[in-house]
Design a protein around this ligand. Structure first.
Ligand SMILES: [Zn+2]
Ligand SMILES: [Zn+2]
Length: 354
């Protein structure tokens, strides 16, 4: 067992850190790189953290060099025949892995669980994060009926930007997530490249690139605990590159991504600062799934401001999307909420075919 510590702090400063929440090392049968090679690749991409999510195994944990100066988030891709989900945060072996870490082929749900919610509920009770992966990507879409979304903390909003079918599946997942938010289901959007190996054009294999997509997380410190705490608070932006810092200001009080403005009514000013733009783009403010304002951005970076009247009595969420000239999303924030009301009655989801 490696002496790498998942509780080590790599930077004590609060700030936005960039990383990838879904990737495979050579501990996965279909992965090729050691954890040291993954760190080199992540550094080339300018990433601050990686979540290690091998198929039904945590063997990759022991491959992490204890002296490496890089933040790994402990994870596993629970790879079941009716759907895949990542679990984040467990630093080592847990009893539920006994029935999961038996093969890396997609497993049926172990017999001891009647529904997938029984397994996800157990993991949630342990304080770990469940994140549904590529929910609408055929043939690995989420097919479980009666999934209890109260145990689902995250959704992989965008999976592997190099996989051709994700050109359709990813935007559909944005629609699914939007529908959940509108129904009172508060789930945090993250992104994952599902990296297994680099593109191999000579073999016609698209491969992946770490950080495509990137997830920016606002964390109190750069550590696995800091990043996962930021995710729990919904302080995340899923991106092809641009970094968005969205803030809301209501009568002098400032709110960040993941916050709730509360019941107060009045004019809310949203300010979005967009960095790392490499093309002309526009920003749009989305409220409860509807575009309420839009503005063109410069080529390099931009600051946009939108003013919206908030009626404190209704439940709202606001997010900012940055889109390219063709209308494809380049980055999507998690929401800032306003008097947001969760609806327990909306928590049962019957999967991709529902
Ligand atoms: Zn998967
Ligand atoms: Zn995967």
């Amino acid at each position: 067992m490696s002496g790498y510590s998942f509780s080590k702090v790599f930077n004590p400063e609060p700030g936005w850190y960039s990383g990838d929440f879904h990737l495979h090392s050579n501990a996965s049968v279909d992965g090729e790189n050691s954890t040291a090679e993954l760190v080199e690749l992540a550094r080339d991409e300018g990433l601050d953290f990686l979540a290690l999510t091998d198929h039904n195994t945590i063997d990759g944990f022991s491959d992490i060099d204890e002296n490496i100066n890089f933040t790994f988030i402990p994870g596993i891709e629970v790879t079941l025949s009716k759907g895949h989900f990542n679990v984040f945060g467990m630093g080592g072996w847990r009893p539920w892995m006994e029935e999961i870490c038996v093969t890396q082929k997609a497993l049926p749900l172990p017999d001891k669980y009647q529904e997938v919610k029984d397994l996800m509920g157990l993991i949630a009770q342990e304080g770990h994060i469940n994140s549904i992966n590529h929910p609408l990507l055929h043939p690995w879409e989420w097919l479980f009926k009666k999934t209890d979304l109260s145990y689902v903390h995250c959704i992989e909003l965008w999976n592997d930007l190099y996989w051709p079918d994700n050109a359709i599946a990813n935007p559909k997942t944005v629609d699914l997530w939007t529908g959940w938010l509108n129904a009172g289901v508060k789930v945090v959007a993250v992104g994952g490249s599902d990296y297994h190996y680099l593109p191999k054009p000579e073999k016609g294999l698209p491969g992946e690139r770490l950080g495509q997509p990137t997830t920016y997380v606002y964390a109190e410190e750069l550590s696995a605990i800091g990043v996962l705490d930021g995710v729990r608070r919904g302080r995340a932006v899923v991106s092809r590159g641009p970094q968005i810092n969205l803030q809301a200001n209501l009568e002098g009080e400032k709110f960040n991504i993941g916050d709730d403005i509360g019941e107060q009514d009045g004019e809310v000013e949203f300010t979005a600062k967009i960095d790392k733009l490499t093309e002309f783009a526009h920003a749009q403010l989305v409220r409860n799934g509807q575009i309420v304002a839009s503005e063109q951005l410069g080529e390099a970076e931009g600051i946009v401001r939108f003013r919206v009247e908030n009626d404190g009595s209704s439940s709202s969420w606001f997010r900012l999307d940055v889109l390219d000239d063709e209308g494809s999303a380049l980055a999507i924030t998690n929401p800032i909420f306003a008097n947001y009301q969760k609806n327990e009655n909306s928590n049962l989801w019957d999967g991709a075919r529902s």
